[in-house]
Design a protein around this ligand. Structure first.
Ligand SMILES: [Zn+2]
Length: 345
């Protein structure tokens, strides 16, 4: 508490008064009768410097001022104000840490949302707007890598190839791109077992090992229809873009084909491990079932083929290399396919 004189705004009139700094860093000035003369944040007060024994002045924004010879009292007040303000700083800091934590959480959520929803949506958009030339370059490079690493020339007999081609063309004629929109490639794949995969440009590779497991036309037609569906929905491209959104975006936006070669390094892994999402596989199965039905075939036989592959190739430690990939949900897939089997009339 500091005693002094309160001068009314822009006036020589004054009253005896005392000034107090409150705990919330406000300056109270009251007269001897304890009537409030001023109450304002201390930071709005201008304090004159200490100069010998000259009276100190606290100037208020409204032009009023408080004058005192209690220099030490004013210095104490200034020190108190700094101390309180320091605590306020800690308070503000604590509040701002809460703000920071909330911001980090929100940013994390936004990032998660972007990865879970945004990237797949962008990947789909990119896949749909990929020019055929990009799809072809990517397919060429992908096939070259897989050929080098995992495939040998097919040893199927000419009559088997002819029969497979015939069935393939039959399915293609029911598929969106029609005959000529897809091509069947034969390979032997000791390392990748009974397998088939679709390249983005419509070429579909089938291994001899898969062909040899087939017992009726519906089974292999189901596989072809399933793979054609992956082509139709650009599932391979979508997975690549999801895996490498930034170089993909550069390739599409700039047409820079050197970026495409980076992408084709990713695709072989995706195709060989059947690392499509469950949603993509379901879509391809549904398309295959619908197509088989339209062709007068039986989705249930395709389901039986999946189960036979599963029984033969999958053990406790997973499925080994095969068309089933690492999907442990053969039973669910087969059930779903059977549910699409048309009712017998
Ligand atoms: Zn698939």
């Amino acid at each position: 508490m500091v005693d002094g004189r309160y001068f009314f705004p822009h006036s020589a009139r004054f009253v005896e008064a005392r000034a107090v700094l409150t705990a919330d860093r406000r300056l109270h000035i009251e007269d001897r009768a304890q009537a409030m003369l001023a109450d304002l944040p201390f930071k709005d007060v201008r304090v004159s410097a200490r100069l010998g024994n000259i009276a100190r002045r606290l100037t208020l924004p409204d032009g009023a001022c408080f004058e005192t010879y209690d220099n030490d009292g004013i210095d104490d007040m200034l020190a108190d104000a700094r101390r309180i303000s320091g605590q306020g700083f800690v308070d503000r800091l604590e509040r701002s840490w809460r703000t920071v934590a909330v911001s980090v959480l929100l940013a994390g959520l936004a990032g998660w949302g972007f990865v879970v929803f945004g990237i797949p949506a962008i990947a789909m958009g990119l896949a749909q707007s990929t020019p055929p030339v990009v799809a072809r370059v990517m397919s060429d490079q992908t096939l070259a890598i897989i050929d080098r690493s995992s495939l040998e020339p097919s040893k199927l007999s000419p009559s088997d190839m002819k029969r497979a081609d015939m069935l393939f063309e039959r399915v293609a004629s029911y598929a969106p791109r029609g005959r000529g929109g897809y091509a069947l490639l034969f390979r032997s794949g000791k390392a990748i077992g009974p397998n088939a995969f679709a390249l983005p440009d419509g070429r579909i590779v089938m291994t001899d090992q898969l062909w040899k497991l087939v017992k009726n036309d519906d089974e292999i037609e189901g596989v072809f229809a399933h793979e054609m569906s992956h082509v139709d929905h650009a599932h391979g491209l979508q997975r690549v873009y999801e895996a490498s959104l930034i170089p993909a975006a550069i390739a599409v936006v700039t047409g820079d084909l050197s970026q495409v070669s980076q992408l084709s390094v990713i695709l072989p892994g995706i195709l060989l491990q059947s690392a499509y999402s469950r949603g993509f596989e379901q879509q391809a199965d549904d398309d295959a079932a619908a197509r088989l039905t339209r062709m007068g075939g039986h989705p249930a036989r395709f389901a039986a083929f999946l189960e036979r592959l599963d029984a033969r190739l999958c053990g406790k430690s997973g499925c080994g290399p095969s068309w089933l990939g690492d999907h442990p949900d053969t039973k669910l897939r087969a059930e779903r396919l059977r549910s699409e089997e048309p009712a017998k009339k």
